[in-house]
Design a protein around this ligand. Sequence first.
Ligand code: ARG
Length: 381
Amino acid sequence: MLNINQRLQEVFGEAIRASCPELDNPPLAVTPNQQAKFGDYQCNSAMAMAQMLKAKGVKVNPREIAEKIIQNLPDNELIQKTEIAGPGFINIHLKRTFVSQLLSNLLVNGVVPPPLASRKKVVVDFSSPNIAKEMHVGHLRSTIIGESMCRLFEFLGYDVLRLNHVGDWGTQFGMLIAHLQDQFPDYLTVSPPIGDLQAFYKESKKRFDSEEDFKKRAYQCVVRLQSKEPDFIKAWKLICDVSRNEFQKVYDCLDVSIIERGESFYQDLMTEVVKKFEEKGFVQLDEGRKLVFVPGQSIPLTVVKSDGGYTYDTSDLAALHHRLFEEKADIIIYVTDSGQGTHFQVVFAAAQMIGWYDPQVTRVEHAGFGVVLGEDKYKFN
Ligand code: ARG
């Protein structure tokens, strides 16, 4: 479909350059007119061009420049007439036949996207709630904004991969599993009734904070889960399933179908990614932690914690690697609230530092949105 604004810019661009070849970069200002009586569009370049000429010691009346621009307009299909107004505005009236053709075309064929030069692949990371925790409004917003972007990209002809980067790995599972073992010792054979996972989470957190033995066991559970002991994986899956069912209700309401590829998906890759950074000499030790400093970024990434575990940073580096090298994405977009802006800037900068992608070629972006707070000033659930 023809873009009128763009077409007018082309036509006027040519006329403006021809009218003042002595100016290197004459300003091209063509905008829709707010008031119909002045025409459909207007070009305001003449005044600014007169100013530029004046700076060069040439005094010309802007109306004369406007006159010249009009004389230099190339033959075109869309302009009916032009007139000069005030100090040198050019009012532009479009051809009625041209506009009516455009409109009939729109009514008959609908909005037709511009042709794509090549079929590009887009990964959109959105929604991404955390297992065993409630979705907060930010996750809901991310779901809606992310899905809207995906639909738009699909409409434009892109190959879209929707990814749900759920928080499904980490130390909270230690206490959840330890608590599950106590509450439902036969969980391996009988599905435990943990419909209210939030309450279950709170109970286990309470025990974690108050019972020393429980805390120790919770830590052991994390280690055993991370070494993939089958009974622990089973417990972890049971817990994830409860959350998954809850999330699915929201996705069904919104008609969203998204592939779950949470933090746990990148476990093995995280080990490799840390190695890659170490081999290139980008890792610094700090009290048992492994940090990656990125030029121009004041906050380092923590890629390995002092207990040997990986972090949110490590999982995002691994996920980015996977999306670049396995998915071969041309565009990668992360939809979260802007509170995570710095995190993503550092992750992207680290990936560029190690040479994973060139921002001129691959577009990797954080699409941030505002944080919704409750009356208590915390993230609204
Ligand atoms: N689970 C995270 C949160 O709730 C959001 C994850 C966003 N995606 C990502 N690749 N980090 O804050």
